[in-house]
Every structure is written in C-alpha cells, then in structure tokens.
Design a protein around this ligand. Structure first.
Ligand code: ZN
Length: 291
C-alpha cells in the first residue's frame, strides 16, 4: 500500500488548468460555469474564466484538460473508516484510494463501527473517537481528507462527556442507533448536548445492518432530531415510502441518500424533496465500505 500524505505546495506556486470542456461549480443554483481555464495560487483557486481573459503567464504547472470535465471534489457524507486505508470488511486495503478515483476528495465518518473489538464503555468509546480524529487528521489515504472520530452514543453518557469530546477536537457523532441508545427520547437529549458543543450528528435510518443495530423508524428519527437523517433510503433496508415522506415533511434536517441502500427509496426521497422545493437538503454518501 502506498503511503500518501497530503501534498503541500508553496504559497506562490501557480497552477493553470486549461482546455476544460465543462466546468461544474458545485452550486445547485448555478451548476455550470462559463469557463475553460482555472488558476490556483498556493493550492487555492484564484481565478476561473476564459483562457484569453486570464493571466496564465509564468505558471509553475500547466495541465491540459483536453476538453474533459472539471468539478469540485465530491464529499462522501457517509463512510465507516477503521485504520488508514484498511478495513476488516472483506479485508480490503485501498478502499479510500479507490473511492478517490471516483472523484471523492472528502469523507465524513458515520462512526468507526467496524473496528474489531470496538469499545462500548464510555471512557473507551471517547478514547477511540479521539484516536480516530487524530489519526485521520495526520494521514490522508490516497490524498482524501477523512473527517473521522465519530463516537456512537451509549446509555449512561452525560453532558460532560460531549463537552470532553468537543474539547478534544471531536466534531461528529456516529450513527445513533448503532450502539445501545435506540429510543428517541434518550437520543434526543444526547444529540442536543452534542449540538450544544458543536458536534454534528447523524442517525441509522431503516432496518438493522451490523450486529447490535436495530430498526429505526420515522418516529425515532424525528424525535432524535439529528442534523442528518442518515441513509434515509436504508442502510441497506429502507423504511416504507409513507415513513420516508413523514421524515422529509416532518423536519428540516439533511436527507442523506447512500449508494449501499435501496435505489428506489433514494429516487422516492429525491422526488419528495423536489416536490417540497428543498433539494438543498439532499446529500450523497456511499455507506462504504460494505459487501
Ligand atoms: Zn447505518
């Protein structure tokens, strides 16, 4: 496995990418840019436009895109990393690097739940979250930025635990429901503590997946009130359409569609979000790695 760290460029390094056939903005209101050239200085985008209008002189690096498409790196909102680019799922090496080849440059952990022997006690789960946050900050598999360190809530956690996690740099909660907390009322209290300290949350929506997970229906999802409705199209078994609609209409939180879910339910969610004119709530993830 090739160990790759993030490449850093000098603050004056000038990159010109020219002959871009189609440039995507990443903004759903204005998806296509009138541009065929991009200039980055010191690793940051400095200008976008037509080649003839831009100062492309004295570039350190010139890339000829040969008419291909340039788009912002994709963000995978739902992954389960373990250690570097290894996972015990099918004993894979390089799954993050492979995802990068699909255009993903940023990943958000929904919990390091595939870790063999994952601790469930409170001190242990906090320690593991801090470890994962540190390890993935210091190491970018295939260059991908992995936001990890997403503890799964367990019964007995108190407000101070969320403050401790936030003080230590943890910014995410793993999927609510993959641990011992499965009821809406208790989840809601902990999710609110997490939010108070700047920790973003998500929930396992739908049928059970890994051992220890359970069915999470619309009532629990709405009561828990996480920032993201994790895999609303099932991970992998989806809820009935009626419950999906009830979640979409019953809250203003992010609606996450995952690849490792039910495709029909994903399209149904998309249709409901479009009907509501709330497509900006829809985010995409993979729930990788999985079988
Ligand atoms: Zn899940």
């Amino acid at each position: 496995m090739a160990e790759q760290q993030a490449t850093t460029v000098s603050s004056t390094h000038k990159l010109v990418v020219k002959n871009i056939g189609l440039m995507l903005s990443g903004d759903i209101e204005r998806p296509i840019l009138e541009a065929d050239t991009l200039i980055a200085i010191g690793g940051r985008i400095a200008a976008v436009g037509r080649f003839k209008d831009l100062d492309t002189d004295q570039a350190d690096t010139v890339i000829d895109a040969n008419g291909t498409v340039l788009s912002p790196g994709l963000i995978d909102s739902h992954v389960h990393p373990v250690a570097g680019d290894w996972t015990p799922r099918q004993n894979q090496f390089g799954w993050i690097d492979s995802t990068m080849h699909g255009g993903v440059t940023t990943m958000i952990s929904a919990g390091e739940v595939h870790t063999p022997g994952r601790p469930k006690d409170i001190v242990g789960l906090k320690a593991m979250a801090i470890y994962a946050q540190r390890a993935f900050t210091a190491f970018r598999p295939g260059g991908v930025k992995v936001h990890a360190g997403a503890p799964v809530i367990e019964p007995g956690m108190v407000e101070q635990d969320f403050k401790d996690l936030a003080d230590a740099g943890v910014r995410l909660l793993g999927e609510v429901g993959l641990g011992g907390v499965k009821d809406g009322a208790r989840a809601r209290e902990m999710v609110a503590w997490a939010r108070k300290y700047g920790i973003q949350s998500t929930i396992h929506t739908g049928g059970p997946s890994i051992p220890g997970s359970g069915l999470i229906g619309a009532d629990v999802v709405l009561e828990a009130d996480t920032d993201v409705v994790g895999h609303i199209n099932g991970g992998h078994t989806a809820l009935p359409d009626k419950e999906i609609r009830c979640i979409c209409e019953g809250c203003k939180r992010g609606l996450e569609l995952v690849h490792n879910g039910n495709e029909r339910a994903a399209l149904y969610t998309l249709r409901v979000a479009r009907e509501m004119d709330e497509l900006q709530r829809v985010i995409l993830g993979t729930d990788g790695p999985a079988g």
